[in-house]
Design a protein around this ligand. Sequence first.
Ligand SMILES: [Cu+2]
Length: 301
Amino acid sequence: MKRSPTRRQLLRSTALAGIVAMAGCSTTNRESNAASTSTTSSTSTNDSETTATTTTESTPTPPESIDDWLANANGYRGDVLRYGPGSQPSIEVGHPVEDGLSFDPPVIEVAPMTNVTWDWTGHGGLHNIVALDGTFDSGRPNAQSGTSYHYIFEEPGTYPFVSEPHRDEGMRGAVFVKEPPSTGNQTVDRWVVDSSNFDGTVVDRTDVDTATVSVGTQGNRGHFAFDPPVLKITTGTTVEWNWTGAGGGHNVVFLNSDIHSGQVTPESGVHFRHTFEQSGTYRYACQPHRSLDQKGAIIVE
Ligand SMILES: [Cu+2]
């Protein structure tokens, strides 16, 4: 019976350490407040807790759960639009959708050092762009179409933002900054990096004679994906493309080669087969949906 209070004390001190650590964390993240807070805070635990509370109240508060917060973002259906390294994404400010005014696209994923631009449409009156954690702020709201604001995201992280005049009406968005998914094969990575269902995985089918790719699976803001987007096989393997029947008419057209399925069809079923006799890296797309990033790659060993 002597052990339990000891253990409880231990847990308690761990919890306190957690609070102190969090306080430190929140002050360093918010530069402007950090300066004033650090000069006034003393060393006792009680003061640290008070400081943490004050800091949270006096700055815009990032949401505890980004998913819950984004559930009320106008125009957001769970699709995160990924932009590969070197791209220059732009977000429309004041895009009318069913549930009101939105950012379009509302949620994007970019690589570190990406320059993101917001362009005002002129719809819906005054807008500005304010990061909830204070990282960026376009200043006074403006209604003028042609207004734009940009910010270069250097650090990986999650950056939720709002248009302040419409923050309670769901005009929300977010920028996820992270290193792009990678297979280690640069040719493949560059080709499929924008495809939303690509996560860096190479599906290994080097053990079979026939491998299957689904055409028109969920992704890229609709049923505009190949699954798996990246497949590895050996020479002599036949790949068959199996249409799901979703997403409208698709086809399969290879880059720098005459391999293609020929027809654009919405019907479900296997409409194309190809046996790969030469090793190499093969890239292909669905022609009607190439601009939506319906892309795939085959690595033949
Ligand atoms: Cu397609």
